[in-house]
Design a protein around this ligand. Structure first.
Ligand code: SF4
Length: 218
């Protein structure tokens, strides 16, 4: 099964509990105003890989020492068959290796839509952060970009691990953005507050570093 992947990274520490595998899928048909991940919007067959290749990378990179997997995008549910295959592979790995990692998935679709169209996929997740990013609504809660986005617990593991975070406030003490360098590109994981990326761009410019292309504006 092929899956279109924008990038994968380990460890990610700003999108869920603990040290996590971060997987960003390529392609998003929702296109929220103010999205900071516009580089993930276009469908790009050049980014296809197999679920087996992705799992091999996960195993080799973590050596089984990690707390969870965060699947984001892009829009994971725009590739439902591939997402299902990835979740099956992760769950098989978790069971066969006796691991206890959680699987958290982001989606820009409303929760009601996901429950109606993708109930079988939701059963494979431990936690979900659904609903489109709403630029006009403030960032209020941990790991969520706008106040309309809930943290939904979908399994016993999800309840045990995430119940304390459902109402957790995003305040200045939370680390929100993580920086990574990949080849000639610098990229950021996490949930920036409004204006954070522009402020970062300005600070870098003042120090002589111009960004050629950025994902948070077209
Ligand atoms: S915030 Fe997520 S769902 Fe919305 S356009 Fe960006 S990638 Fe797509």
């Amino acid at each position: 099964m092929k899956i279109s992947v924008n990038k994968a990274h380990f460890p990610v520490t700003v999108l869920g509990h603990g040290r996590r595998i971060g997987i960003w899928l390529q392609g998003c048909s929702i296109r929220c105003k103010g999205c900071v991940s516009q580089d993930t919007w276009a469908r790009d067959p050049g980014r296809d890989m197999t679920v087996a290749q992705l799992l091999t990378w996960c195993r080799q990179t973590t050596q089984g020492e990690f707390d969870g997997v965060t699947i984001s995008g892009g829009e994971p549910f725009d590739q439902p068959a591939a997402l299902g295959a990835l979740l099956d592979a992760l769950i098989h790995w978790r069971q066969s290796a006796g691991l206890d990692f959680d699987i958290l998935c982001y989606s820009g679709y409303p929760l009601a839509t996901l429950q109606k169209r993708h109930a079988r996929l939701l059963k494979k997740l431990d936690a979900l952060i659904p609903e489109p990013f709403a630029d006009a609504r403030p960032l209020t809660h941990l790991w969520r970009g706008s106040s309309n986005q809930p943290l939904v617990l979908l399994s016993e593991r999800g309840n045990a691990r995430y119940a304390e975070y459902v109402d957790a406030v995003a305040d200045e003490s939370n680390k929100r953005i993580q920086t990574m360098i990949d080849g000639g590109k610098v990229w950021f994981a996490g949930i920036p507050a409004r204006g954070d990326m522009e402020a970062l761009e300005k600070i870098c410019q003042e120090r002589g570093l111009d960004f050629g292309q950025v994902s948070w504006k077209q």
